[in-house]
Design a protein around this ligand. Structure first.
Ligand SMILES: [Zn+2]
Length: 321
């Protein structure tokens, strides 16, 4: 996902890139003082077997249905027809952002960190949601990053270079960490990272790169590679003994389009062909085995299952109170 989200949100699409750069900078500087975005709820608690889980609301991003911002290779009219069939507005896509917190007996685990200050006031509410849920950021022992786009790693570090979760090991797949470490500032801005140098320098001592598909905390967290979105994109299987939750990362983006037309390519994926094949395979697998899912960009809180219907797949959310 890209910084242009912010432009959409504040109606500045027509401004020149140079002006936008200045505005983006002031938005980033001001975002720490901004009110948290309006949200349906700040957090929802639920269980994964004997693990306590908390969905944490970070905010919400939008992209227009214009034939290029998200879905590509389809007409806006064709996309609108699918959005309509899912009962949502047809002129734009909505992407909630909800990092997940899990407590095991000894550890506090955080899956992705939201947008931090990188997307302006429409996102970055993770810390206030954690506060509302009674979780101290200093208590987080392990962070599992699905991939290094700004809406997933923006919450790791303040613009001044301070670790937000000072005591946490940061788990990132080795290919993803290589990709981030070798990125230049312009490429980073395109994936929503405003302060690349500060980010990489600050987190380096805390990063524990892992081999794709590794068991990271035996019986609690296993990495599950889902190829195509970024070079080292990883989901995470959380829990054990028949009580598991699959954290999807950005394997699926939109609860209507990504589920009903998984073969459609989108502009967020680094390798759109591979990502589309991954979506098709994933939906077949999780609808067949009934895997409980956590979808970081589906409507909050994003817990549910995929079911196969006559006309294709559908997302069935779990209602959590
Ligand atoms: Zn994302």
């Amino acid at each position: 996902m890209h910084t242009k989200y912010v432009r959409e949100a504040i109606g500045m699409r027509a401004l020149s890139p140079a002006i936008w750069g200045v505005l983006a900078l002031s938005l980033q500087l001001n975002s720490a003082m901004a009110e948290p975005p309006a949200a349906t709820a700040e957090f929802r608690t639920f269980s994964i077997g004997n693990l306590e889980a908390i969905a944490l609301n970070d905010g919400s991003l939008q992209e227009p249905n214009d034939g290029k911002s998200f879905i590509k290779g389809q007409t806006p009219a064709a996309v609108a027809a699918v959005l309509k069939s899912g009962g949502v507005p047809t002129d734009h896509f909505e992407f909630s952002i909800q990092p997940l917190l899990v407590r095991s007996s000894r550890r506090v685990l955080l899956f992705d960190t939201g947008a931090g200050g990188d997307f302006g006031p429409i996102a970055g509410a993770l810390l206030s949601s954690m506060h509302a849920a009674g979780v101290d950021p200093a208590s987080v022992t392990d962070i599992f990053i699905s991939h290094t786009h700004g809406d997933h790693i923006g919450g790791l570090v303040t613009p001044a270079g301070v670790l937000v979760f000072a005591n946490a090991t940061i788990h990132i797949s080795a290919p993803e960490w290589r990709w981030l470490s070798g990125m230049n500032a312009d490429a980073a801005k395109n994936v929503g990272i405003a302060h690349l140098d500060v980010l990489v320098k600050t987190i380096t001592p805390k990063v524990a790169p892992f081999k794709p598909d590794s068991a990271l905390i035996p019986g609690v967290v296993k990495a599950v590679e889902v190829k195509g979105h970024t070079p080292g994109h990883s989901g995470y299987l959380i829990g054990s003994d028949g009580h598991t939750l699959l954290y999807l990362g950005d394997a699926l983006h939109n609860f209507v389009v990504s589920v009903r037309e998984p073969q459609w390519q989108n502009a967020f994926d680094t390798d759109p062909t591979t990502a589309a094949a991954s979506r098709v395979a994933l939906l077949a697998r999780v609808s067949a085995n009934g895997q409980r899912l956590y979808a970081v960009h589906f409507p909050f809180p994003g817990v549910g299952k995929i079911v196969k219907q006559d006309t294709g797949y559908a997302w069935v959310p779990e209602s959590l109170h």
